[in-house]
Design a protein around this ligand. Structure first.
Ligand code: FES
Length: 256
């Protein structure tokens, strides 16, 4: 990435220090620039089916440049095998439709007594961390510290960055510092695969050469069917996207 590149960085996000970024090839794959951790991240549900955490699965090698599938058709996922050349005949449109506007420009603001919540619904990746029996939108209506902590944790686990909890000084609250990692989201509860999560301030460069806003948490489509490409819009759930990768986390896969 050019050192002079002007990046629009969301408040509260720290740009990753290793110059790791993802570039979109027009009608082609993602190129991951820089050696980054690339690992399956299984959404772990509790006994009531509520998403509570992640567990890691298989880790995949990355090089200085790594080509990653974004059409959903590769037989060698998570890598690209050239199958995007047949995307059109398979009904996959790889056009980027997302706006370059900052996320907060289109987010709804929900004010609570102790904190507020911003919500950009179009980014929803259906990871379901926002409802632990009490939905985060209701959780922030309480002003006790336990509810605030729960709201922050729910937002922190939301891989898409749809949800952000803010303090009364308009500063985002994150429950912990985010490791820089590309997560291949696996929805173990619904037996399907999801997007690639970009955690920790990883810039995303459009095929048009422009960078999207850099955020702590983003999810980019790898099923090929989102209507808000390059971002996931949850369509992988209705199409039951499968990536053919191991379908269980490692026994010792660390809790994210
Ligand atoms: S991976 Fe979520 S819509 Fe494609």
């Amino acid at each position: 990435m050019d050192d002079n590149t002007k990046l629009n960085i969301q408040i509260g996000t720290t740009l990753n220090p290793d110059n790791i970024y993802v570039e979109i090839v027009e009608n082609g794959p993602y190129i991951l620039h820089g050696k980054s951790k690339l690992v399956q991240q299984f959404i772990v549900p509790n006994s009531k089916g509520i998403s509570v955490n992640y567990k890691e699965g298989e880790e995949f090698e990355t090089k200085d440049k790594t080509y990653l599938c974004r059409c959903g058709l590769s037989a060698n996922k998570p890598y690209c095998d050239g199958a995007h050349k047949k995307a059109a005949e398979n009904g996959v449109d790889l056009t980027e439709y997302a706006t370059f506007n900052p996320e907060l420009a289109s987010s709804e603001v929900i004010e609570g007594p102790a904190v507020s919540l911003t919500d950009d619904e179009k980014l929803c990746a259906f990871a379901r961390f926002c409802d632990n029996g009490k939905r985060v939108w209701n959780q922030i209506e309480d002003d006790n510290q336990e509810s605030v902590n729960l709201s922050v944790e729910m937002a922190h686990h939301c891989p898409s960055g749809r949800l952000i909890v803010w303090d009364k000084n308009n500063q985002p609250i994150e429950s912990e510092k985010q490791e820089v990692v590309l997560g291949l989201i696996e929805d173990i509860g619904n037996k399907l695969a999801g997007p690639i999560a970009l955690w920790g301030g990883i810039p995303l460069k459009s095929a048009k050469g422009e960078f999207y806003e850099v955020r702590n948490r983003q999810t980019i489509c790898r099923c090929g069917q989102s209507s808000n490409k390059p971002f996931c819009d949850g369509t992988h759930a209705s199409m039951q996207f499968q990536d053919g990768l191991p379908n269980q986390p490692k026994q010792d896969g660390k809790v994210f």
